[in-house]
Design a protein around this ligand. Sequence first.
Ligand SMILES: [Zn+2]
Length: 152
Amino acid sequence: MYTFRDFQKDFPNDKACLDWLMKSRFPDGVYCKVCKKTTKHHFVEARKSYSCQACGHHIHPTTDTIFEKSSTPLTSWFYAIYLLTQSETPISAKQLERELGVTYKTAWRMSSMIRNRLNDKNVDIFELASKNTPNASKRINDSETKSWIKTP
Ligand SMILES: [Zn+2]
């Protein structure tokens, strides 16, 4: 059981969400297309990106995901995913609107994007994200998870 406490501990801010995205998308390290090899990348706060230690090339972990180009903070997205995947009763867009403090239109769009990707997949990203799960690092490599956050 992945509790709300676990969620708050794992994803206290956007940086934590970005780190999770980086780890889940690039489990074997980040390949720099300028250096043409896997290099160390450092978080760049101002740009919400990670830059290559060797050449400074930037990688945005939200590229090609449902979070790309969204003005909604990642913490809100992750909280929406938490609510939609962990709640025992179905969460309506109206409830999401109240919980996240976003407009109904935004809440509806977020929930439909998240639901579309959850269909038939049963991907539990928070079980994967949880550092307490023994097989977390192994299961985080699952291509299913990577495809889940990606835009079609
Ligand atoms: Zn580089």
